[in-house]
Design a protein around this ligand. Structure first.
Ligand SMILES: Nc1ncnc2c1ncn2[C@@H]1O[C@H](COP(=O)(O)OP(=O)(O)O)[C@@H](O)[C@H]1O
Ligand SMILES: [Mg+2]
Length: 229
């Protein structure tokens, strides 16, 4: 599903070069549930941005569903992103003036499905994440957990190859965080590949596999006995 090799990313800050990633090798098979951990500044978001085709590496290769994406131009990258990646962010990134249903339908505006079909798919997705009774609520009329469920429904609407979630529970209390992680379990059980970035051990415990970054490199990794269902 995902294979990166010798992935490096440098940022130029005036005269200073920041080496955010220094040669990452990582293979994420289909239907894996993986957590990426590490202290602040270790390169987690940089790696997620590259895996999510929001940014390109300075060096190295990235194969996504057998396509080399490290050499694509911006338009090609955007096409891969729309087709293959579902994003979930710490701050939900919903449009404040749109309802839950409209937010979930948004990614389909650029596909060739009809408005009626888009609506039906969005309704199904909202039911799937447990929001069957919140179609017409705006983000400000929902709790943090509900907002994140809307964001997850939106991430899923294009049937992406992979869900990338960067600190998805960072703005949620521990009970709500647990409910959101249960939802990721549900998706994983249904066959979804899920990558979650977190700096919290409790959250990473939910994943099958944990990769720990430090200073732009993989420091260690571990597999969990997987008992959740
Ligand atoms: N756009 C950028 N420009 C310059 N430096 C950056 C940029 N984004 C991240 N960095 C630097 O790269 C390193 C890794 O950052 P980041 O990937 O955000 O880490 P994390 O998500 O693990 O906290 C940090 O030293 C950070 O300051
Ligand atoms: Mg980060």
């Amino acid at each position: 599903m995902i294979r990166v090799s010798n992935l490096s990313k440098s940022y130029s800050m005036g005269n200073i070069e920041v080496n955010a990633l220094k040669g990452i090798d990582l293979h994420i098979p289909k239907n894996q549930f993986i957590a990426i951990m590490g202290p602040s500044g270790s390169g987690k978001s940089t790696l997620m941005n590259i895996l999510g085709c929001l940014d390109q590496p300075t060096k190295g290769n990235y194969l996504l569903s057998e396509q080399e994406v490290s050499t694509l131009n911006d338009d090609q990258l955007a096409a891969v992103r729309n087709r293959s990646i579902g994003f979930v962010f710490q701050t939900f990134n919903l449009q404040a003036r749109r309802s839950a249903l409209e937010n979930v339908m948004l990614p389909l505006r650029f596909s060739n499905c009809s408005k009626k079909e888009a609506r039906e798919r969005a309704i199904n997705m909202l039911m799937c994440v447990g929001l069957g009774d919140r179609f017409h609520h705006r983000p400000s009329e929902m709790s943090g957990g509900q907002r994140q469920r809307v964001a997850i429904a939106r991430a899923l609407i294009n049937n992406p190859a992979i869900i990338l979630a960067d600190e998805p529970t960072g703005n949620l209390d521990s009970k709500t965080s647990d409910e959101i992680m249960q939802l990721f379990h549900q998706l994983h059980n249904e066959g979804q590949t899920v990558v979650v970035v977190t700096h919290e051990d409790d959250i990473a415990q939910h994943a099958q596999r944990v990769v720990i970054l430090k200073d732009g490199l993989i420091l260690e990794e571990r597999m969990h006995a997987y008992s959740y269902c």
